[in-house]
Design a protein around this ligand. Structure first.
Ligand SMILES: Nc1ncnc2c1ncn2[C@@H]1O[C@H](COP(=O)(O)OP(=O)(O)O)[C@@H](O)[C@H]1O
Ligand SMILES: [Mg+2]
Length: 195
């Protein structure tokens, strides 16, 4: 086996182990992916969603720390991480495990990987753009540091650096504003996922 392939298999096993128990496989698994800037409420939304759905939640910030003990957030590290995450998503869906992917997924180029996995496996892809007013995000990012469940290192500087890189989602998607009550949109997405 080539060294690169061995590394991929080894990493995906490590990531798989970090997930804990998986839900039961189903005949037609769904794939939900969020997209949004840091602090807009992606992880909060995904955690609420996974309480209502039999799915595995892949949080890129947690998986990064499972692979890299002291993350550098370099482009090389991110490329490595997302190659592994995309492979893991594909493997889980192939086994019939529904997936919720919590990552910024800001550019269409990054989302193309998600589209191609869903198209290739013919699974239902539900895309959700998560947003919030910048002033609220700034306050949230400041108070998030005290939250023990938080896995993200992103702060307001990172938000401002990433803001110009956010691209419109070209495929059909939901848009949520997390400064509003998100309960009804969660119910709507749950119904669509289970339909
Ligand atoms: N809908 C919401 N209602 C209340 N608080 C929220 C909501 N969404 C996010 N938050 C809070 O804002 C902070 C940032 O949210 P988080 O989900 O970590 O953002 P992201 O994953 O997009 O970086 C967290 O402390 C979170 O608890
Ligand atoms: Mg997050």
């Amino acid at each position: 086996m080539a060294v690169g392939n061995a590394r991929l298999v080894f990493d995906s096993l490590r990531l798989l182990e970090s997930l804990g128990p998986l839900p039961e496989p189903v005949a037609e698994p769904f794939f939900i992916a969020v997209s949004g800037l840091p602090g807009t409420g992606k992880s909060y939304f995904c955690r609420r969603l996974v309480e209502k759905l039999p799915a595995v939640l892949l949080e890129s910030d947690a998986l990064r720390k499972a692979l890299f003990a002291s993350p550098a957030y370099s482009s090389e590290e991110s490329n490595h991480l997302f190659r592994d995450i995309h492979l893991l998503v594909e493997r889980l869906l192939m086994k019939g495990i529904p997936v919720i992917l919590d990552a910024t997924n800001l550019s269409e180029k990054n989302r193309e990987y998600l589209y191609s996995i869903a198209d290739r496996l013919k699974v239902k892809l539900i895309l959700v753009r998560v947003s919030a007013p910048p002033e609220l995000v700034r306050q949230r990012l400041q108070s998030r540091q005290a939250d023990p469940t938080n896995k993200s290192d992103a702060d307001w500087d990172i938000y401002r650096r990433m803001q110009p890189t956010e691209e419109e989602i070209r495929r059909k998607h939901y848009t949520i504003d997390t400064s509003q009550d998100i309960s009804s949109i969660i119910d709507k997405i749950v119904r669509e996922a289970l339909r």
